[in-house]
Design a protein. Structure first.
Length: 409
């Protein structure tokens, strides 16, 4: 089987709309959460979110296309352009060997909400003819393929908040087994709107710290009370090692292993015994032909919900045993909020940055650890020598996905 390497990354996030800005704010532990500004949220029980700032879609696509794309697809195309530019790829002559797997948990929810209001207030004749293509979850992948003329495998795995790590895993499979030489993978989400927030709030999944937005997302802290909705996109360029070497690409990292399974336990709650989440990490490490002692860092899914964070720490301890004291553990959602379907890709990019730049970002809202004190979860950003890391993503429906990424040597 062929090795899979990473040659490009792009990001649109609450911590910045470029890799450079995202990296700086990760290291500085900037928190991208505040009171909602995109609409009047005063009537909602939750009035905070991690919104994108200063995003100008016209910088990435023409104005006509902007009007035909939901915000989630705009994010995806922006992140893809950044990733392709970093990779140095040109696609002439290889179009049939380039795939796109850019996923979303909820797709064009903003357009759906907006057009539902149009239907209710103005009637069916005023509903946009672009409604259906704008809301389809596969459309972000489709648009990226159309913009670059890419004709290889193209689809969007959908598994709630695990979806973009599934995209990384399946894109890597396509390359390993020869179905493609290059695959653009990732996730995108734009659901900061009244209905999704009301729905998650009704489940009691969201933090209600409306008066303390910077302190609302607090993975692993005893006083956590739910996650904070975020938005954004992350896209990575995966290539077969020999293809990247032949064209003289700069290789950023290697996807060494991955695994996927399901808890088969509950709609939204994780298996309290951490059976699925521990097995998926073990399988990913085995797939990478590594041992637990070869892992230096786990970037957690940890959303700041009581049950989820507790189970993930239990899973990590099951996998690493005594070695758990030697690995760094953190959760990027403390800074970005929860980007739902985009979370796994954006956080994988963040973990690659930390590995390559030799640091692990701190957890500024971790005041009292709800777990064993021997877990190495830094409160402040620390220097770190990371050879390989595990990135976890878990989704409603019991979906579990882990990927092992390491330095390319």
């Amino acid at each position: 089987m062929r090795k899979v390497v990473i040659t490009g990354m792009g990001v649109v996030s609450p911590l910045g709309n470029s890799i450079r800005e995202f990296s700086r704010n990760l290291r500085g532990m900037e928190i991208g959460i505040d009171r909602i500004t995109s609409f009047d949220a005063s009537h909602l029980p939750v009035q905070i979110a991690a919104e994108i700032k200063d995003f100008k879609p016209e910088e990435y696509m023409d104005k006509k296309l902007v009007k035909r794309l939901d915000r989630y697809s705009q994010f995806a195309l922006a992140a893809a352009r950044q990733a392709v530019e970093m990779s140095g790829l040109t696609f002439n002559g290889i179009e049939d060997r380039v795939g796109v797997l850019i996923s979303s948990g909820m797709g064009g929810f903003l357009t759906l909400s907006e057009q539902n209001e149009v239907l209710r207030e103005k009637g069916p004749d005023r509903v946009s003819p672009f409604l259906i293509p704008m809301i389809l979850i596969n459309m972000a992948s489709g648009v990226v393929a159309m913009e670059f003329g890419l004709k290889g495998p193209n689809f969007a795995p959908v598994s709630a908040c695990a979806t973009s790590v599934h995209s990384i895993a399946i894109g890597s499979m396509l390359i390993r087994h020869g179905y493609a030489d290059v695959v653009l993978v990732g996730g995108t989400e734009a659901t900061i709107a009244p209905l999704p927030i009301a729905g998650f709030a009704s489940m009691r999944a969201l933090s209600t710290r409306n008066n303390e937005p910077k302190k609302a997302s607090r993975p692993f802290d005893k006083n956590r009370d739910g996650f904070v909705m975020g938005e954004g996109a992350g896209v990575l360029v995966l290539e077969a090692e020999e293809f990247a070497i032949k064209r003289g690409a700069r290789i950023i990292a290697e996807v060494k292993g991955f695994a996927m399974n399901d808890d088969a336990h509950h709609f939204s709650a994780p298996d309290p015994e951490a059976n699925g989440s521990s097995k998926v990490m073990k399988a990913a490490i085995n797939d990478a032909t590594l041992k637990p002692e070869d892992i230096d860092f786990v970037n957690c899914h940890a959303t700041s919900t009581p049950a989820g964070d507790e189970v993930e720490l239990k899973a990590i301890e099951k996998v690493f045993g005594e070695h758990v004291k030697n690995i760094y553990v953190n959760a990027t959602k403390t800074l970005t909020g929860h980007l739902l379907g985009a979370a796994g890709a954006v956080e994988t990019i963040g973990a690659i940055i930390q590995m390559n730049e030799g640091f692990v970002h701190g957890m500024p809202n971790l005041e009292e650890l709800d777990g064993p004190e021997y877990f190495n979860i830094p409160r402040e950003t620390v220097k770190a020598n990371i050879r390989n890391f595990v990135k976890n993503s878990f989704g409603f429906g019991g979906h579990n996905a882990s990927v092992v990424v390491g330095k390319y040597v």
